[in-house]
Design a protein around this ligand. Structure first.
Ligand SMILES: [Fe+2]
Length: 413
């Protein structure tokens, strides 16, 4: 039985009805939203295998610019090592295991809290524990009092490198040994986003909310499905009604999925005015200014594109019922130089806060519902056709991991 060999609380066959078209598909088994074994399985089968978004390349403009990040259960550093290279590597010191980016000088009185993460510009990374020093390429260049240690060679020690890819300005890392390249799987998204030039936009007002109290998949489903927009968000979402949603067909080779939501007029916006607050993205067509794009690059990146800007979220599971959620806006640099940009941004943030005030308690409630003995495996509307697409993506990877496990190609699940 698959369920026994993988410690999963169900056989893989139970997932299969959640794949395919919305007309037939039903929800995933509710335990995938709260079960500890499934969380551990996903951290290996999904987050240990797939490309994970960790941030934006334009935030690393100068050689030595870096940020540290938790991702897929690992602590990593992303650093610009040269004008042409951004590199990711493990932050775990190869001496005793403290993260070289750990900021231990905390003054919040939390003795046992996880060391916080940092960003900045570095010439080297020094572990605060025993002062082992690595250059920005990750090579060990300093290790005090190690000369009497037999066979110790600094040159043979470095922070483990992690495969990195940049797509449309988003930095992705992959924790598996030999990942397939990401970009070829995103050709359809490249086509639909061609005029928006996301790679040329800059990140504004990034925030991270640790331990959001619901499963990472609930966040993805809520972001991507348009069924609730004219219901839960009645009023503020009326400029882009649920009836105007269309989801691109999904094929197994696709590394992402997306939907277009037509707006009633050109230049709608997610804010109290329902209108774009900033100049349109420069190269977009009239038709593109009358739609909102919602894109998912599973398992971690969500992108929303409106007529004047874009916004993105990343999810990083921290437990079966929690995840870390990061969010930021993307604007053309010229827009950020507008005299009243900060004031307009405040209005945009207010708009998002209004959505969040409706979505977040809803997601917390769905989490509770999925833990109920009466939790459903419900049917889907055409206005949420993207959810069974995501289910298909997910079940394919669950199945692949179980196949590999049973054939001995992968161990340790
Ligand atoms: Fe919503």
């Amino acid at each position: 039985m698959n369920a026994i060999s993988t410690n999963l609380p169900f056989a893989i066959e139970e997932l299969l009805p959640s794949r395919g078209n919305f007309t037939e598909a039903v929800g995933l088994p509710p335990s995938v939203y709260h079960n500890e074994q499934i969380y551990e399985f996903e951290m290996e089968a999904i987050f240990g295998q797939e490309w994970l978004c960790v941030g934006r390349s334009e935030s690393l403009g100068e050689v030595g610019d870096f940020f540290s990040r938790s991702c897929g259960g690992e602590q990593i550093i992303v650093v610009r090592t040269s004008e042409t290279e951004i590199r990711a590597m493990s932050a775990v010191c190869q001496h005793r295991g403290l993260c070289v980016t750990a900021d231990i000088d905390r003054d919040d009185g939390d003795l046992f809290g996880t060391p916080v993460h940092i960003s900045g510009n570095a010439r080297q990374f020094r572990c605060p524990y025993h002062h082992w020093v690595y250059d920005i390429d990750g090579q060990l260049v300093g290790a005090p009092e190690m000369s009497q240690t037999a066979g110790f060679e600094k040159s043979s020690i470095s922070l483990p490198k992690i495969p990195t890819e940049i797509w449309q300005g988003f930095v992705f890392v992959n924790l598996s040994n030999s990942p397939r390249p990401l970009a070829p799987s995103l050709a359809k998204l490249d086509a639909v986003l061609e005029n928006h030039d996301l790679g040329g936009l800059i990140t504004v007002d990034p925030i991270t909310i640790p331990d959001v109290p619901f499963n990472w998949k609930i966040m993805i489903e809520n972001f991507m499905e348009g069924y609730h927009n004219s219901r839960l968000h009645s009023g503020i979402h009326d400029f882009a009604p649920s009836s105007g949603i269309w989801y691109s067909p999904y094929e197994q080779s696709d590394g992402g999925m997306y939907g277009l939501n037509r707006t009633l007029e050109t230049g709608g916006g997610f804010n109290p005015t329902n209108r774009a607050l900033f100049p349109f993205l420069p190269n977009t067509t009239e038709a593109e200014r009358q739609q909102v794009i919602f894109a998912l690059l599973p398992p971690s990146l969500l992108i929303g594109v409106q007529s004047d800007s874009a916004f993105w979220f990343t999810v990083d599971p921290t437990g079966p019922k929690t995840h870390s959620l990061s969010m930021a806006y993307l604007f053309p640099e010229e827009t950020t130089k507008l005299p009243l940009f900060d004031k307009l941004l405040e209005s945009a943030i207010q708009g998002v806060s209004y959505f969040n005030a409706q979505d977040m308690p809803t997601n917390v409630g769905v989490q509770q519902g999925m833990e109920s003995r009466f939790a459903p495996r419900g049917n889907y509307s055409w206005q949420e056709a993207v959810i069974p697409q995501f289910n298909s993506w997910l079940v394919e990877r669950y199945s692949r991991a179980i196949r590999d496990l049973e054939s001995g190609d992968r161990v340790g699940l």
